[in-house]
Design a protein around this ligand. Structure first.
Ligand code: ADP
Ligand code: MG
Length: 678
């Protein structure tokens, strides 16, 4: 029997069953063999009867010490209920077993014989008992006891046993072919395909199961990495005209400060890329406040000097506006023409602006996602910069890249991404790290408090205002929610205005406001027309108000660590001492530990790693919009080591042009519908 044979060619699978299997995505025998259990029930441990615990299913070996007795309990209008009772015992105790409607199978139990049972005891004042345990002979390999039982994802009408039987039947009739070359398996210590598949369905031990998983995960990642490597190999063939990178001093001299050594080093790496003649793909990772914007500006300046346009994308309008406000005056002095294009502009404004961009009237275009729409055409796009990239999907970046010939790509991130993941998300990515903060930057003292501190907190906010400083208050939601007692930005702003700080000027900012409205509030706050800004996380990234010295986060337990760290990065940007107060009433110990970790360190990289460990790479891989394929068994966050090995192996194979034949079709399939490869 071949893997490609329809599932119906297995015994006991007719058209109806086949229909059910199809619902699980199983059409062929091969599909079935690659339909992995979602969990396992480990029944390998044998317990003495005395050690059985209530409601915890377990295996035990015991002898039948009474003759099984079956009674029929008539039920009006229904089939009679058959109750079979017997008693079993081992050297530690005895147990009463009851079987309902199982007279036939229970009848096989012989007084004086020993069996292995699997079941859970239930306890009441009369002592322990067990209903409908599974049982089989005590010697030889067990199929329901002393084994690890797979638990499959199911669909209505198809139970676990049916899938197990089908899988067993498939294994009797066909041997899955090997897909990985012997040499590769040897190098990475991987078991063969047939063993791996057998063990994944019917593990002989936990160790064997682990080995099987590793092998299958490796294969999955290997195919994926090979597809990536193939695309990448094609991509890098193209070259771009090298940039002239002299004359940067004009830029450095126009700045009001000296760039840090880290900033200079990263700019140097970017200029090297520009000179190389190959399109740059570089990720710049640097903690909040490390001055990534100036690095982006330096790159844009160089591109402009070479007659190339730069698109700088920010995740929010506020941030785009802020970049524009900060960079436009600087670039004006340098003769670099700079403009902004955002979603909140009127259609006419946009049309005009787009025409100007297409005509090459601007060297630097700053914007949000609006920059990505098809109608924005560049005259000669040379550089694409994505700020705080994790808000941009792969597809969005691809759309922008498609607008230029082979634009250089620069991605700025305050959230460090492990290199293996970065490779998957961004392909051929070089990584730069800005590991130094501009001088004079002070650490923000962070505290975790609960509602009992509310009065003191309010006094503290008042004191900031008296000292002519400003406060950010971040709430997790916009509107009052009925189900939860979360502070809504809207409601809380009103409460503060009316009752708590009637003498202070309180502004409100949230993501549902119109772009122009947001901008007005933000610039008014920056101009110190307000003392307090109550907002949602729209202020999370980048917003710069050096006069703000206090960040209060309500319901802090609602936020991820990296997000909180980003929020905290909004303050401590001026000369004055700054504080971050996390307000949370949560009793959850784990959450409190998490929040306290944030109070203990200001190192964004450590925090992000912690976040990644705690929550998995949800930020990067949580939504399907990233376009990555759904892995059957591999988990990008948990199987990082295997991923690294598979990547290394795949890259070598592709470079040598020796992709194993058995995998070619799988790779082709991925290449055909892999939007992630754009
Ligand atoms: P981030 O890396 O978080 O994007 P920014 O680029 O927004 O950081 O920079 C944070 C602040 O530091 C800005 O106000 C910026 O003008 C300032 N800054 C950047 N580089 C330097 C430097 N070398 N010396 C002093 N201040 C700097
Ligand atoms: Mg920034």
């Amino acid at each position: 029997m071949a893997q490609t044979d329809p599932i119906q060619s297995l015994p006991r699978i007719g058209p109806k069953r086949a229909e059910l299997f199809a619902r699980l995505g199983i059409e062929t025998v091969g599909d079935l063999l690659h339909f992995y259990p979602r969990a396992y029930e480990d029944r390998t441990q044998l317990l003495p009867i005395s050690a059985l615990e209530v409601d915890k299913p377990a295996c035990f070996v015991a002898s039948v010490i009474s003759t099984p007795q079956t009674h029929r309990i008539p039920k009006p209008g229904q089939r009679a209920l058959e109750v079979t009772k017997l008693t079993v015992a081992d050297h530690t105790g005895r147990l009463h077993l009851t079987f309902f409607n199982a007279a036939y199978s229970a009848g096989k139990l012989q007084r004086g014989e020993t069996y292995c049972f699997y079941g859970a005891v239930t306890g009441d004042y009369l002592g322990y008992a067990m209903t409908n345990p599974l049982f089989e002979p005590p010697d030889g390999p067990g199929s329901v006891t002393r084994c690890i039982v797979p638990v499959y994802p199911l669909t209505a009408g198809l139970n676990n046993k049916a899938v197990m039987q089908a899988v067993a039947a498939a294994f009797e009739r066909c041997t899955p072919p090997e897909t990985l070359p012997e040499a590769l398996r040897e190098e990475y210590g991987l078991c063969d395909a047939a063993t791996a598949l057998r063990e994944i369905h019917l593990p002989s031990s936990q160790e064997a199961l682990e080995e099987a998983r590793r092998r299958l995960i490796f294969e999955e990642f290997y195919i994926f990495s090979a597809a990536l490597a193939l695309v990448r190999a094609k991509r890098t063939v193209r070259s771009v005209a090298p940039y002239e990178t002299g004359g940067m001093d004009a830029f450095y001299n126009a700045l009001p400060f000296r760039l840090t050594n880290a900033q200079m080093r990263v700019i140097g790496q970017i200029l090297d890329d520009f000179r190389s003649g190959a399109p740059m793909s570089r990720l710049v990772q640097g903690d909040v406040g490390s001055g990534k914007t100036m690095i982006a500006a330096a790159a844009a300046f160089c591109a402009a000097k070479n007659g190339k346009q730069t698109a700088l994308m920010a995740p929010t309008e506020i941030l785009a506006k802020q970049h524009f406000d900060r960079l436009a005056p600087l670039f004006a002095r340098l003769g670099v023409r700079c403009t902004i294009l955002t979603g909140s502009m009127t259609p006419q404004q946009k049309t005009v602006r787009r025409k100007e961009i297409a005509d090459g009237q601007y060297d630097l275009v700053i914007g949000t996602h609006a920059l990505l729409t098809e109608t924005t055409v560049f005259q000669s796009l040379g550089l694409v910069i994505a700020d705080e990239q994790h808000r941009f999907g792969v597809a969005q970046r691809a759309a922008l890249l498609a607008k230029g010939e082979q634009p250089h790509l620069l991605i700025m991130s305050a959230t460090p991404i492990p290199r293996t993941l970065a490779l998957i998300l961004y392909g051929d990515l070089e990584v730069s790290v800005v590991d130094e903060l501009p001088p004079g930057r002070q650490t923000v003292d962070t505290f975790l408090v609960d509602e009992r501190y509310r009065k003191r907190l309010n006094d503290f906010i008042r004191r900031q205002a008296e000292e002519n400083h400003q406060t950010f208050i971040v709430c997790p939601s916009i509107e009052e929610s009925e189900t939860e007692s979360l502070k809504s930005a809207e409601q809380w702003a009103q409460t503060l205005r009316e009752y708590v700080f009637p003498k202070l000027r309180v502004a409100l900012l949230h993501g549902k406001m119109k772009g122009a409205e947001k901008e007005a509030v933000m610039s008014a706050f920056a101009a110190h027309e307000y003392d307090i800004l109550v907002s949602t996380t729209v202020i999370e990234v980048g917003v710069d108000v050096p006069n703000a010295t206090l960040m209060v986060v309500e319901n802090a337990d609602r936020f991820g660590l990296s997000q909180l760290h980003q929020l905290r990065g909004r303050i401590g940007r001026g000369e004055a001492k700054s504080w971050c107060i996390l307000v949370s009433d949560t009793k959850n110990e784990e959450t409190r530990t998490r929040l306290k970790a944030l109070c203990a360190t200001n190192d964004g990289f450590r925090i992000a790693q912690e976040d990644l460990n705690l929550r998995g790479p949800g930020d990067f891989f949580g939504s399907r919009q990233h376009g990555l394929p759904a892995f059957r068994i591999g988990n990008l966050a948990q199987n990082m080591t295997v991923l690294e090995q598979a990547q290394e192996a795949a890259r070598r194979t592709v470079a040598a042009g020796t992709l194993p034949e058995g995998l070619q079709s799988a790779v082709d399939a991925l290449l055909q519908n892999g939007e992630f490869l754009n």
